[in-house]
Write a protein that binds this ligand. Structure first.
Ligand code: CP
Ligand code: NVA
Length: 300
């Protein structure tokens, strides 16, 4: 049997992704009723974090406990991976002990290599290239507030980064139209965009991109690993802030999302992220429910 991994949204079919969102909403209802549902008794998730995290760690750890299993946090500071043990060897060994592995790292090639040598499913918990788990939560949140996202207009305002790349894949898989407003020099990957050309396009002007949109999304201007570029990026992205003026270009019932952590006064104003159109806190909570659906899909 081929081991299924979740390295990008393209690893699941559109039907599988749709079912996963439905299941995430069901699992959320089960949890709200405090009904016990423990299909992962004695199953172990190994969580490898080479970058910081609040939401991803807490949601996976909480999710595994709620499903009856256990989650183990592994940092490069105290594993041999951090001292140079080859990725292939770490993958071989971890996957003989843990039932499923989650990794947050820098290069996407590293997680691909890890998955190649793993006997158990590997989940991408963010690389420099993609953040697919966040998109499961974002789509769940849109569906809960507005129904199906198929055919809707989504505006990505800001950096052509890992989140933007996962939005491009999501546009393809969930069938929405994505308009990307990014300054020149900060475009998303050209090949990825070309592969989704029926669904996603670059519209440089943020007002044009936001016009009539059903959902406005942004993210930090400097991602993890780009801290030294912060000052240059603040200049390059100065016209790409999501503020009340930009929100007024969108549909009157448009939602606002941000994967967090946010920098108020940079990519988004406090008025917007803390305002009535923001569903950011539901979006953060849904990391838990969507990933429980993913763990169930990959393990049960
Ligand atoms: N959105 C997200 O992945 O948050 P963390 O970096 O806190 O995990
Ligand atoms: N683009 C951000 C997302 C953080 C969840 C980063 O990579 O730092």
């Amino acid at each position: 049997m081929n081991t299924r991994h979740f390295l990008t949204l393209l690893d699941l079919s559109p039907d599988e992704l749709g079912a996963l969102i439905v299941r995430a909403i069901e699992l959320k209802a089960i949890q709200k009723k405090r009904d016990l549902y423990e299909p992962l008794k004695n199953r172990v998730l190994a969580m490898v974090f080479e970058k910081s995290s609040t939401r991803t760690r807490v949601s996976f750890e909480t999710g595994m406990v709620q499903l009856g299993g256990y989650a183990m946090f592994l940092s490069p500071r105290d594993t041999q991976l951090g001292r140079g043990e080859p990725v292939e060897d770490t993958a071989r060994v971890l996957s003989r002990m843990a039932d499923i592995i989650m990794i947050r790292t820098f290069s996407h090639e590293k997680i691909e290599l890890f998955a190649e040598y793993s006997r158990v499913p590997v989940i991408n918990a963010l690389t420099d290239m993609y953040h697919p788990c966040q998109l499961l939560a974002d789509i769940q949140t849109f569906v809960e507030h507005r129904g199906s996202i198929r055919g809707k207009s989504v505006a990505w305002i800001g950096d052509g980064n890992n989140m933007c790349h996962s939005y491009i894949n999501a546009a393809r898989q969930f069938g929405f139209h994505l308009r990307i407003a990014c300054p020149e020099g900060y475009d998303p990957n050209a090949d990825l965009l070309a592969g989704a050309s029926d669904y996603a396009e670059i519209i440089r002007n943020p007002r044009e991109a936001a016009s009539g949109a059903d959902l406005i999304v942004t993210d930090v201007w400097a991602s993890m690993g780009q801290e030294e570029e912060q000052a240059n990026r603040e200049k390059a992205f100065a016209d790409y802030q999501v503020n009340a003026t930009l929100m007024s270009e969108a549909a009157t019932d448009a939602l606002f999302m941000h994967c967090l952590p946010a920098h108020r006064g940079e990519e988004v104003t406090a008025e917007v992220i803390d305002g009535p159109q923001s569903v950011t806190w539901d979006e953060a909570e849904n990391r838990l429910h969507a990933q429980k659906a993913l763990l169930e899909f990959l393990l049960v």
